[in-house]
Design a binder for this molecule. Structure first.
Ligand code: CP
Length: 299
């Protein structure tokens, strides 16, 4: 049985295979891999993009969707996470796409009797493999390669599963990774991967500038109290002055949701250098490739 849990489990060849399959889907390849299969999206944390693009990806591959709404489920009556997952498996789901606020929530399922494949749609501040793959696809489409690029990740690094999975995989790929934003977010794990620079320098030097949202839901009450949007925007936010420092073919990316006026100015969201909506388009095709791979690998 095949699960997709983190970027670190994927070899460079496997990543390239996912990107090739996603590009084939984007170019019109059809798949009926999901015919007669049931997938359940189990999102125990909020999501717009990931949840809806897994839904669309599944529909395009003829996967039947089994509805699940964590807010209206019996988890509210005390059913545990494990029992909820086992319940959906028992009623006939063939694939579970799961997002949960707990890092590595999937270990409990792997160590017990859960018997259907898992695609990790985000675990706490851990990993977000489908986001990393769609980011890589978008970069690959633009530059025609993934190696030899300088990638700068700016923002709330330590709380971000996107930063963790993107930075770790870029390092595995042999790319240069740099970081920006508050020093307190540039923790030892990121220090081991690449240097910290000012936002102006990152804009001038990087091939890819990747912004992250400030994850207020993961900050302490004290950190939230001390946070000033205006201050943050001035020090670390991308406005058109900073966009104009970027190299002519550099890309501006963001996993979204964007917080306009905090890490990104309103007029930057859809500026010429922004690939934010192209990332979203590619997300559906990458998720098709992931669903296809997992269903092919299922018993
Ligand atoms: N980037 C991302 O995971 O977005 P959602 O939280 O809307 O799924």
């Amino acid at each position: 049985m095949k699960n997709i849990l983190s970027m670190s489990q994927l070899s460079n060849q496997e990543v390239q295979d996912y990107l090739n399959a996603a590009l084939e889907f984007k170019n019109g390849r059809q798949s009926t891999i999901g015919q007669g299969k049931f997938a359940v999206n189990m999102f125990f944390e909020n999501s717009t993009r990931t949840k809806s693009s897994f839904q669309v990806a599944g529909i395009k591959e003829r996967v039947c969707r089994s509805g699940f709404d964590a807010e209206k489920s019996s988890t509210k009556k005390g059913r545990t996470f494990y029992d909820t997952c086992r319940t959906l498996e028992s009623v006939g789901a063939d694939l579970a796409v799961i997002r949960h606020s707990q890092d590595e929530y999937y270990n409990e399922l792997l160590n017990r009797n859960f018997g259907i494949p898992i695609i990790n749609a985000g675990d706490g501040a851990g990993q977000h493999p489908s986001q990393s793959l769609l980011d890589l696809m978008t970069i690959y489409e633009h530059f025609g390669r993934l190696d030899g690029l300088k990638v700068g990740i700016i923002g709330d690094l330590s709380h971000s599963r996107v930063a963790h999975s993107d930075a770790e995989y870029r390092t595995q790929l042999g790319s240069e990774v740099y970081f920006g934003g508050l020093n307190s977010w540039y923790t030892s794990e990121f220090q081991a991967m690449g240097p910290h620079k000012t936002v102006d320098d990152l804009c001038k030097e990087m091939d890819v500038v990747m912004l992250l949202r400030v994850q207020h839901e993961r900050l302490s009450a004290e950190e939230n109290q001390d946070f000033s949007k205006a201050d943050y925007f001035e020090k670390y936010g991308l406005d058109m002055r900073r966009v104009n420092l970027m190299k002519p073919d550099a890309m501006l990316m963001h996993p979204a949701p964007v917080n306009r006026g905090v890490e990104i100015a309103d007029d930057v969201v859809e500026c010429d250098k922004s690939y934010i909506f192209k990332q979203m388009i590619n997300g559906t095709f990458v998720r098709m490739a992931m669903i296809e791979s997992v269903l092919k690998g299922a018993k």
